[in-house]
Design a protein around this ligand. Sequence first.
Ligand SMILES: [Zn+2]
Length: 596
Amino acid sequence: MFVKQSVPTPVRKPFSGPRRNTSFHADKVEKKEFGPAKNPLRIMVLGGLEEVGRNMTVVEYNKEIIIIDMGLQFPEEDMPGIDYIIPDITYLKDKKDWIKGVIITHGHYDHIGGIPHIMNEIGNPGMFMGKMTAGLVRKRQQEYKSAPVLKIKEIDEMTTLKLGSSFNIEFLRVNHSIPDCFAVVIKTDIGTVVHTGDFKIDFSPVNDKPADLNRIAQLGAQGVLMLMADSTDATHPGYQLSESVIGEEIGKLIEKIDGRVIIGTFASQLSRVQKIFDLAERHGRRVSLQGRSMNDNVTIAHEIGYLKFNPRLLVEDKDLNRLPDNKVLIIGSGAQGESKAFLTRVVNHEHRTVALKQGDTVLFSSSVIPGNERSIQNLMDMIVRQGAKVINYRMLDIHAGGHAKQEDLKLAMRLFKPEYYMPIEANHYMLQANADLAEAVGIPRDKIFVADNGQVVSINRADNGKVVAALTKEKVPTEYIMVDGLGVGDVSEIVLRDRRMMAEDGMIVIIATIDSKTGSIIGNPDIISRGFVYMKENRDLIEKTRMKVKKIVKDKNPMTAADDDYIKNKIRNDIGQFLFNATKRRPMVLPVVIKV
Ligand SMILES: [Zn+2]
């Protein structure tokens, strides 16, 4: 059993001068004599190649596996009632004892959200992540009573790990919109693979260390076999803005506002939140935090020192409305128009303390996630109708994304100098845009792999010692695993189809009481309609349906008196067809047969 294995302890080395890794020089590796590798090094991205979300990558070598990230994806509009989607781990189910560790690049939900649902399924192996990430993962795990206690080791850019006998792991500090983000360097005797996680390069980040370009260049000089890099902003030209520039822009805005300032952002955008705290202090405003995730994240980050502010800046709800308007700054979630989030509750008059009024300014400080455009427009309409002003990032450049744009990606490619390149973490067209960039900096097209979820990359050492990578046609399972409330994977495509049907055309329940001896119907069948037709206005249709049900029961085969399944199916099919002919709608027909 894997659980008995002890978790390797990260080795910390004192930092002295330019960092050189003493244990694993690529040149040292090259000097060794290698025969053909017995097994190829295999890379499988289980999620994150056909979507933004549910990131999870498996690296396998000599019957050992390491996993990078375990994220969730928010559902599409045609998946009613689904909370989120997590990666399919079918491939790992019979390989629990191969798994030597799980590495998490940073604390965003599309990289940590699957953890409470997956870790038990794969034998709860040791986990490695930065301090901020660990805080968020532990907090989330507490919300799942049946989830196991995780074996987390905190890492930083000084950590080197040996996982199993095949993998030597190092971490590179990169920037993003949350502190403590790491790219993962995986060294094996067949070559070095680098996985960037989400990243941008920021020379003046807020409350975080800048990406370590020096070390990236060193690694490049030692030889990187494959670079797997973030494609989220690969379609955007230019360089990503520094987080501190954004902060200054927000500062200029706040300076001019006399009324209350309400800022809608992501709870996970902690670098932004830090800057807002600094500005509040500078402009003499007290800060009100709204929304549970915002409060949780700020508390965790403050406790471990990743957010720095004077706790006296915070104002509780009960005191909020006693402050003069020009002393108030409210930070809340819901800038994407999410239905239960702070901003939506405010405009719907469902918030206990905050109601909008003349003089308020609402600042949208987060990019629009594709698909949310309409709900955000509705939200802005409602805010303006209630007398407040709206400023969004498109009107004034108060937004910087957390992801490398085209020039940043090219810089990373130039420094890492990978032999092979694999775009990851986005929809297919963005992966393709990233691949085009790689070609533009001189990586040959046949060494750039634009893969689908589950498609296996195989890296082999040929007889002459040359290492060759290939994108194979082999695919491991990557179904959508849907999480619905606390249930995992118990919502199938059939359940979804039913929900869609009910949402679109409603449902109709037909209750027939049948004499169990004779099989004849007793009285009139009851008919209940929800979301299909208004019964009072459609008496005629309902009456015809009733007659039809009576006829179905009456016409039944006399040999099958007790077979209510037959009657149910017949009602479902015939009444479904009848209602479709009459209304051109397909409500869900739910027959209930009661035998007395
Ligand atoms: Zn992220």
